[in-house]
Design a protein around this ligand. Structure first.
Ligand code: BJW
Ligand code: ZN
Length: 301
């Protein structure tokens, strides 16, 4: 295993078929929390325990509050230099494909070509109807998606009080509002009635849910097929970059071995040396340890 940028750059230069598998660590320096390890708690809840159909069925209001908060944070965040560098690499290379586990929309906002960006786990900005009989789904960037999910303002903050009570509506909209950080379990989370959650505009019956892939759910078949075609149609895959992911969630993590089986060398970019892909790291691989936002632009230069 090497951390030699020169040998990686030489291999990248001669690579024709390239995959990049992305995870939450890519967006960490844009201020978005990861799932596992430090920052993987939302209030008292393990973030992965909220990312299940069971959690939504048991408490749709809590799960919507979690996703509404994440939508808000993702919209406030900016793509970092790694998102931009990957988008540029994708534009330049006909044989390139990004497999993103991220749902935050930052690759899209970095102008990553959409035909080379496969969203394995969906998007925070898709919604779909939960009714078995209804197939409604749509893009939705409204923040908050319904008034009941608005993040409350800090009443103890004098600027907020002023904004609320003394200034005109127009001025109020412009005012720097201090929002409560509802990811902090010490902050009171206002209760939201199920009847105030987002409702399907088509069947008027089903609740809407975030268009993301929860544990136990199938990944979008169009995405799976496109990735399968890329792999199967490649006589050889030259390189897979595994960026900011613990590579513990399947089928995403399995793409590393599938690329290897097609001859790919593996380059891991991760803040934690312990987070190697399941198949381990071989002598011909690279491991670049540190912040993806700094390392990715450096090694792709
Ligand atoms: C930095 C950094 C910095 C930090 N710079 N690095 C085979 C074996 C075992 C189990 C299974 C299997 N096949 C399927 C399963 C079950 C399950 C699974 O994989 N379980 C495992 C956990 C054991 N998989 C599924 O259920 C999948 N569905 C499925 O297989 O369906 C089959 C089916 C077929 C037909 C019909 C029906 C079913 C679905 C998986 C969906 C995962 N969903 C989530 C939530 C998405 C929505 C949301 O965002 O809320 O996806 S869970 C969560 O994990 C999210 C992430 O995309 C995913 C991966 O996490 P990621 O991105 O790797 O984040 P972390 O936090 O784990 O890691 C961050 C990394 O960054 C760390 O390594 C840090 O060190 C690093 N880092 N800062 C660089 N600045
Ligand atoms: Zn519906």
């Amino acid at each position: 295993m090497s951390s030699d940028i020169e040998s990686f750059a030489a291999h990248l230069q001669s690579s024709k078929r390239i995959l990049a598998l992305l995870g939450a660590g890519l967006s960490a320096s844009s201020g978005l929390p990861t799932f596992r390890g430090a920052g993987g708690l939302w209030r008292t809840h393990d973030a992965t325990s909220l990312a299940t159909p069971e959690a939504f069925n048991a408490d749709p209001a809590l799960v919507w509050q979690f996703y509404s908060y994440r939508r808000h944070m993702a919209l406030k965040a900016q793509p970092n230099r790694a998102h931009l560098a990957l988008a540029e690499l994708a534009r330049k290379n006909p044989g390139f494909m990004t497999l993103s586990q991220n749902v935050d929309g930052l690759s899209q906002r970095a102008k990553h070509p959409s035909d080379k960006l496969q969203l394995l786990h969906g998007s925070l900005f898709n919604v779909k109807c939960t009714s078995f009989y209804c197939s409604y789904h749509a893009e939705n960037f409204t923040d908050p998606i319904v008034p009941a999910l608005k993040i409350p303002l800090d009443e103890s903050d004098p600027t907020t009080k002023e904004a609320r009570h003394a200034v005109s509506d127009a001025l109020q909209a412009k005012q720097e509002h201090k929002e409560l950080d509802i990811s902090d379990a010490n902050i009171h989370l206002p209760s939201v009635k199920i009847s105030d959650l987002p409702k399907c505009p088509e069947c008027h019956k089903g609740l809407l849910r975030p268009g993301v892939v929860w544990f136990g759910e199938a990944l979008p078949s169009k995405v799976i097929n496109t990735v399968d075609d890329f792999i199967v149609d490649s006589d050889k895959i030259d390189l897979i970059m595994v960026i900011g992911t613990s590579a513990k969630v399947y089928p995403a993590a399995g793409y590393v071995d599938r690329a290897r089986a097609k001859g790919a060398r593996v380059a891991v970019i991760n803040a934690d040396r312990a987070d190697a892909p399941a198949g381990g790291i071989s002598d011909s691989d690279w491991f670049f340890e540190g912040d993806a936002a700094q390392i990715v632009p450096e090694i792709l230069r």
